[in-house]
Write a protein that binds this ligand. Structure first.
Ligand SMILES: NC(=O)c1ccc[n+]([C@@H]2O[C@H](COP(=O)([O-])OP(=O)(O)OC[C@H]3O[C@@H](n4cnc5c(N)ncnc54)[C@H](OP(=O)(O)O)[C@@H]3O)[C@@H](O)[C@H]2O)c1
Length: 325
């Protein structure tokens, strides 16, 4: 392996106010794992942009990265790169996304929690408790339900396989053909209808790309299986908000095309107070925290990738820009 020349600062650009993204905490973690490499939190007036060789970013302002003429790689601090891909001035260097067990496990927790919530009729049971009603309804087994996962990548494949181990029938849909033990795999536009017809609970873990934008719409919901013990199909979306047509979701909940939804992501985040999603009785809303990126796990992942790259090795989980994910 050819040694690549070491040195160069790691610039950290974080554009979020939520608790998980406190920039000072990320800088402290990167300082701990980066050895002698300078770690700078932007904006930093003392920095010469030419000294920056790597950037670790979450939703940087479009155009912010082009200031770094000697950039070698950009590390997106999450799995989804849609916010970065929207920047037309993104430098032509490898763009690396997060794919680590810590994040995968968190997402699988979310998916299992919400599949079980709908399967075990928790919305009805919580309402019954509030009303002091003791009227258990028939509970069917997990084996009576097919969970169909859209997106069989790092996250979708793991969630589907854990659901299968819990006893659900698991199906999945991806762009290219996949083979996963115990999971009925469908792919491409030609097989989506067969996938939807088999699905009782639809879980979406797709990336947001020009091809997937708005894919969760009435046409898709209307093709889901209506003959399961659930009565009406359920949608769980933890991919990105722009994958979903929100007017269609509300209309389909109101006319019974959908029986319930769990939504972690929205076109507008945070959701405005007037949004019907806060109060609709068939909606379980979470504030885009299905799978947080953990500063400890991800700073170590980025530092490990940089060390391997500088020793002449290949970067892992590089985004294919032509596909958009
Ligand atoms: N809510 C949260 O907290 C949170 C946290 C992390 C991630 N996410 C979201 O989860 C997404 C998935 O992450 P990941 O790591 O699993 O991504 P990934 O490994 O890149 O997998 C993406 C999957 O989607 C499939 N896909 C992409 N475009 C498609 C299309 N047009 N038609 C059919 N299938 C398509 C891919 O098919 P192939 O297998 O053929 O490539 C692949 O199976 C991220 O992009 C992000 O938006 C959300």
């Amino acid at each position: 392996m050819n040694q690549r020349k070491t040195s160069g600062a790691l610039a950290v650009l974080i554009n979020s106010t939520s608790q998980n993204w406190l920039p000072a905490r990320w800088k402290e973690r990167f300082d701990t794992v980066c050895g002698d490499r300078p770690v700078v939190l932007l904006p930093d007036a003392r920095l010469d942009p030419k000294d920056v060789h790597y950037a670790a970013v979450w939703k940087p302002v479009p155009g912010e990265l082009k200031a770094f003429a000697n950039l070698r790689a950009v590390f997106n601090l999450g799995a989804g790169v849609d916010a970065l891909m929207a920047d037309d001035s993104l430098p032509d260097v490898p763009l690396v996304r997060v794919a680590v067990p810590d994040l995968t496990n968190r997402m699988t927790e979310y998916v299992v929690l919400h599949v079980l919530m709908h399967h075990r009729q928790e919305l009805y049971l919580r309402q019954s408790q509030r009303e002091k009603v003791w009227e258990p309804r028939y509970q069917w087994p997990a084996s009576a339900i097919t969970v169909g996962v859209m997106g069989l990548g790092t996250l979708g494949a793991d969630a589907a396989s854990v659901l299968r181990r819990l006893g659900f029938r698991a199906a999945g849909w991806s762009r290219s053909p996949r083979t996963l033990e115990g999971i009925t795999c469908f792919h491409g536009a030609g097989q989506i209808d067969a996938f939807l017809r088999a699905t009782d609970i639809l879980v979406c873990l797709l990336p947001l790309t020009p091809e997937t934008h708005g894919i969760l719409n009435r046409d898709v919901f209307a093709k889901l299986n209506r003959n399961s013990p659930l009565g009406a199909p359920v949608l769980i979306n933890a991919g990105r908000g722009a994958l979903q047509n929100e007017a269609d979701i509300l209309a389909c909940l109101n006319d019974g095309t959908l029986g319930g939804v769990s939504l972690d992501v929205f076109v507008q985040e945070p959701q405005p107070a007037a949004s019907r999603f806060w109060t609709h009785p068939k909606v379980v809303l979470t504030p885009h925290n299905a799978a947080d990126t953990d500063a400890d796990a991800i700073s170590a992942y980025v530092a490990g990738q940089i060390a391997r790259f500088e020793a002449g090795g290949a970067l892992e989980n590089v985004v294919d820009r032509s596909r958009g994910y």
